[in-house]
Design a protein around this ligand. Structure first.
Ligand SMILES: [Zn+2]
Length: 83
C-alpha cells in the first residue's frame, strides 16, 4: 500500500509546478487526503519552493530539484521499501 508513495513523490515537483495532467493531479490529491506522510512531504516541498522563489525570483534550480527528489526517494525507500 505504502509502496505507491515513491511513485507519487517522483511526481510531486511536477504537481507543484502544475505540470501534471488533471487526472494525475486528482489522483495525487486523493492520495494526499489519505496519506499523512505525503501530505507532510508536499508541505515541506511547497515551503522549500516558496522560500526559494521568494529569495530568488527564479525557478527552483534543476540540480536542487533533483537533489530533493533523490533525498525524498531515499527517505521513502528506507521507510517503506523493505516492507
Ligand atoms: Zn503517500
Amino acid at each position: 500500500m505504502a509502496g505507491k508513495c515513491p511513485e507519487y513523490i517522483s511526481n510531486l515537483n511536477d504537481y507543484l509546478d502544475g505540470g501534471v495532467s488533471p487526472e494525475l493531479c486528482a489522483e495525487i490529491q486523493a492520495h494526499l487526503g489519505e496519506c499523512r506522510n505525503c501530505r507532510i512531504m508536499v508541505d515541506t516541498l511547497k515551503q522549500t519552493v516558496k522560500l526559494c522563489r521568494d529569495g530568488v525570483e527564479e525557478q527552483l534550480p534543476q540540480a536542487l530539484e533533483e537533489k530533493l527528489t533523490g533525498l525524498l526517494r531515499k527517505h521513502w525507500e528506507k521507510k517503506f521499501g523493505r516492507k
